[in-house]
Write a protein that binds this ligand. Structure first.
Ligand code: PGA
Ligand code: ZN
Length: 433
């Protein structure tokens, strides 16, 4: 089924910043859109997000060059190509760009087209995207990781740690996950309101972090879980995204908590995290160390890796080469997967497969700047990834992903599987042994 047209426009993300939408049309008239998200705490090894850098337009953030690249370069190259061969098309895009980080055409331009092709092909087949991408083999509903408090780059550095999240570790199905999350999220809001510390929400819909120490947010999470009627560590547990690259000075070789005016060597920082893990029901930590501190990553896996999910986001940037290095160095046991860190659907799926083949946990993830699109909910199910992280339990650019997951569950009917957090960990451990 041939591609007959690709058009692109500037749209706006959940922060009101410019981003891209591409629309791919096939010979049958079937159409598919690709909407590109955008990060704030970006990893230095991510594929390049092409912005115009013209201070006179949209404060330098417009994406008209990327749009022109789609219409004047990518479309002529893909015109007439078979939309059902996603992998071949993505490889053409990678080669046509020709740079290691997609800086010639822009990863945002390339990804918009890659996602648009997948959506157009699924529409053409009259299949939901998850089923099209997996040829009907995707059936595992991912366990959501849901932000309760947002900090770091998403809340003007009010806390150093970026995400304080919960995982419904005791849930037996997706409905229970939603109920536990709903109850904990609103209990946390009630507590903040009663203490006159409710100041609205941060970029991903989690509460604005009004705390004296990073650890105070952990206390609040435990309290919210109890207030909601659950036992911390049983029905609901804690996950963190420290986004530590943002806290690290390469020159000094030190991590810094500005909020508490404290500095740490890599080993001391691991000590702080290990102490939190002793005292709080933490099950997962993302980017506990900086993306250049490979020795630190290796050390933390030795200290915590047998009991805690250690997730590389900025460390890997969804890049198969970096993930392979991580596997060799035994530097993590889970990988965050963000489509726009790498720039094509095929490479994101490849990164998921690579993690799975090493017995690592892939976690499909949104960005802090999101759109109304729910592609990633389908991607998570299509790849049987097992975990999904899209921010909090409020604001429609977040809820659209959770709501879509519920729709996918209905669509899968009896084929839908849910194995929850602990069982999934056991399965992976057996695989690693
Ligand atoms: P970002 O944050 O989208 O701003 O990079 C999300 C994350 O770090 O997981
Ligand atoms: Zn992260």
């Amino acid at each position: 089924m041939k591609i007959t047209s690709i058009k692109a426009w500037q749209i706006f993300d959940s922060r009101g910043l410019p981003t891209l939408e591409a629309e791919v049309t096939l010979a049958s008239g079937a159409r598919g859109r690709g909407l590109v998200p955008s990060g704030a705490s970006k990893g230095q090894f991510e594929a390049l997000e092409l912005r115009d850098a013209d201070p006179k337009r949209f404060r330098g953030k417009s994406v008209f060059k990327a749009i022109a690249n789609i219409e004047n370069q990518i479309f002529p190259a893909l015109c007439g190509a078979n939309a059902f061969d996603q992998e071949a098309l993505d490889r053409m895009l990678i080669e046509f760009d020709g740079t290691p980080n997609k800086s010639r055409l822009g990863a945002n331009a390339i990804l918009a087209v890659s996602m648009g092709v997948a959506n157009a092909a699924a529409t053409m087949r009259n299949e939901p995207l998850h089923s099209y991408l997996s040829e009907g083999r995707g059936s595992l509903l991912p366990i959501p990781e849901i932000q309760i408090i947002g900090g770091g780059a998403h809340a003007n550095w009010r806390t150093d740690v970026q995400d304080f999240l919960v995982i419904a570790t005791g849930a037996r199905n997706l409905e229970e996950v939603m109920e536990v999350t709903h109850n904990v999220y609103h209990a946390a809001g009630d507590i903040l309101r009663s203490r006159k510390k409710y100041f609205g929400v941060a970029d991903e819909g989690g509460y604005w972090p009004e705390f004296e120490r990073n650890e105070d947010a952990l206390d609040l999470l435990v309290e919210a879980i109890c207030r909601a009627g659950y036992t911390p560590g049983r029905e609901a547990s804690i996950a963190l995204d420290i986004a530590a690259s943002d806290l690290y000075s390469v020159e000094k070789g030190r991590y810094r908590f500005n909020l508490e005016n404290r500095e740490f060597t890599s080993s001391e920082f691991i000590g702080v995290i290990a102490d939190w893990c002793d005292r709080f029901p933490i099950v997962s930590i993302e980017d506990p160390l900086a993306d250049t501190d490979w020795d630190g990553w290796h050390e933390i896996i030795g200290t915590l890796g047998s009991s805690i999910q250690i997730v590389g986001d900025d460390l890997f940037t969804t890049n198969a080469q970096r993930i392979s290095t991580g596997i060799e160095k035994c530097a993590a046991n889970a990988v965050l997967i963000k489509l726009n860190q790498i720039g094509t659907v095929t490479e994101a799926i490849e990164a998921i497969r690579l993690a799975q083949s090493a017995g690592w946990q892939p976690i499909v993830s949104a960005r802090s700047g999101e759109t109304e699109d729910a592609f990633i909910s389908h991607l998570a199910v299509a790849t049987n990834a097992g975990q999904l992280k899209v921010g909090s339990f409020s604001r429609s650019e977040r809820m659209v992903k959770w709501n879509e997951l519920l729709r996918i569950q209905r669509d899968l009917g009896a084929r839908a599987e849910f194995i929850g957090f602990s069982k999934a960990r056991q399965v992976r451990e057996r695989k690693r042994e």
